[in-house]
Design a protein around this ligand. Structure first.
Ligand code: NAD
Length: 491
């Protein structure tokens, strides 16, 4: 481990110091070795993580297990007030958090500000939900018993989050878990640990007891997470990330029959029908495709446009995409920042190259720019074959792939031709047609004439291989609760 890097002891130092895990309310210097956090816009080192060994991660589970009963026993109103306080601090410090997100993730400040606000909002929403835990008392139809139904915290929860929304994916899990009365161990993506640590430090500062929220930064993610998954004290796992890793965790969860929430990959169709309001469709498309530089599980991935409006729609989006300003995310006028790493940039570039070699028509972008940083330009491909690799792959970058179709039935069949089922978008004018199409789209969420669906008050989640369970809304808290039933004689 380097001795020249000074530990970051306040959240404002996170982007310049040695980054430690947060265990039992203390910053824990791990002995697993140093790992850099890189700035994707420059390739330079931002911070250095002192990673934890597998065994050191156990201390976080110990701390959560110790803190859990007292946290669950706190009156819901008290827990809610603490969550509300976290929301207030995150709102007051939104700009600091946004800049940190941009620095470690590469996204534009505009996107980072949106994420910081969205991340804070989960604490407000779940502060409000914490005091509305459902329960009821029924009389058995036989007349014999009272049936008392309550919802109890599931216990210690393991939370694993990706790099694309490093703050919001953490708060979308921490806030409902805390509202439900659970203590947590969070394992953020190692590319982007800083935003989650920032949030954890706010949580510590407002007086949420030590050990209720722990953040671990292991040297070896797979072995450390599987060790925690095998710990019988961990009763729930909530994961956001790739379908591939989600399946690994589901297998591990089977060993202790652990409660599992999975928010996995998407491959969203964005369907533009011949009666769509094209002005609205273009606006919705720009949001659905280019928010977060396309690195979103909800990003429009297959742009399916009916022949009658395809030339017009493509011409319009071509102009808009060519006009997007891309560059270092901290520049105020930049709309599309850097991808998170050279690995991601090279993956996206190779995907586009193969699509062009396979017959797709390149209309905008398509070449990695010279110079430092993980940049890839906003790119438009037309006439992408529906059975191509590109159409089957979650692009996760600023690349729009248009496929044209003739009839409504053909469009629907193409939209549903995916193992992913997170979200679909459809633009159409007629109410009956809109509702019928929304019903037939095989996904957990539908953006109906709407390019942005994420909302802490809405149940976010997918069908098919896009996941299990829902986050946000009332449903998000129930993911961290067990339904309990007590029978007692009717009197
Ligand atoms: P990833 O699956 O590689 O990593 C996600 C998290 O899992 C990270 O913290 C990573 O360190 C950890 N991880 C990696 N290998 C692991 C293993 N063997 N065992 C345990 N943990 C492991 O995903 P990513 O590349 O960080 O994120 C991109 C993916 O996340 C995309 O597929 C995207 O669609 C998905 N995503 C889904 C949602 C959603 O809500 N559905 C939201 C954001 C991102």
């Amino acid at each position: 481990m380097s001795t020249t890097v000074v530990p970051a002891v306040t959240r404002r130092e996170l982007a310049s110091g040695q980054v430690l895990s947060l265990v039992a309310g203390q910053w824990l210097p791990g002995t697993g070795g140093a790992r850099p956090v890189l700035d994707p816009a420059t390739g330079e080192q931002l911070a250095e993580i002192a990673t934890l060994t597998d065994a050191e991660c156990d201390a976080a589970v110990d701390a959560a297990a110790l803190a859990q009963p007292a946290w669950a026993a706190r009156p819901a109103r008290e827990r809610a007030e603490l969550l509300r306080h976290v929301h207030e601090v995150l709102v007051a410090e939104q700009e600091d958090l946004a800049r940190l997100i941009t620095r470690e993730n590469g996204k534009s400040l505009h996107d980072a500000r949106g994420e910081a606000a969205y991340a804070a909002e989960f604490f407000r929403w779940f502060a409000e939900e914490a005091v509305r835990t459902p329960g009821d008392m029924r009389r058995s139809p036989s007349g014999r018993n009272w049936i008392l139904v309550s919802h109890e915290p599931v216990g210690v929860a393991l939370l694993v989050t990706p790099w694309n929304f490093p703050a919001a994916m953490a708060t979308r899990k921490i806030a409902p878990a805390l509202a439900a009365g659970c203590a947590v161990v969070l394992k953020p993506a190692m590319e982007t640990p800083l935003a989650a640590l920032y949030v954890a430090d706010v949580i510590r500062e407002v007086g949420i007891p030590d050990g209720v929220v722990n953040v671990v930064l292991p040297a070896a993610t797979g072995p450390s997470v599987s060790r925690m998954m095998a710990d019988p004290r961990v009763r729930a796992v909530s994961f956001t990330g790739s379908t591939e890793v989600g399946k690994i965790l589901l297998e591990q969860a089977a060993h202790t029959v652990m409660r599992s929430s999975m928010e996995l990959g998407g491959n969203a169709p964005f369907v533009v029908l011949d009666d769509a309001d094209l002005d609205a469709a273009v606006e919705g498309f720009m949001l659905a495709k280019f928010r977060n530089g396309g690195s979103a599980c909800t990003a429009a991935n297959r742009i399916l446009v009916q022949d009658a409006v395809a030339d017009d729609f493509v011409a319009r989006i071509r102009e808009r995409i060519a006009g997007l300003r891309h560059g270092p995310g901290l520049d105020e006028d930049v709309e599309i920042g850097a991808l998170v790493s050279t690995v991601e940039r090279d993956r996206v570039a190779a995907l586009v190259d193969r699509a062009v070699a396979g017959g797709a028509e390149l209309l905008v972008g398509g070449a990695v720019p010279d110079g430092p940083g993980c940049f890839y330009p906003p790119t438009l491909l037309d006439r992408v074959p529906a059975d191509s690799e590109l159409a089957a792959t979650e692009i996760f970058g600023p690349v729009a792939a248009v496929t044209r179709f003739a009839t409504l039935e053909e469009g629907l069949a193409l939209a549903n031709d995916s193992e992913a089922g997170l979200i679909s978008y459809v633009y159409t004018a007629g109410l009956e047609r809109a509702l019928a199409v929304s019903r037939r789209l095989e996904s957990g969420m539908v953006g109906l004439n709407c390019g942005l669906v994420s909302d802490p008050a809405a149940p976010f989640g997918g069908t098919k291989e896009s996941g299990l369970g829902r986050e946000g809304a009332h449903e998000g808290m129930l993911e961290f609760m067990e339904t309990k039933y007590v029978a007692t004689p009717y009197s």
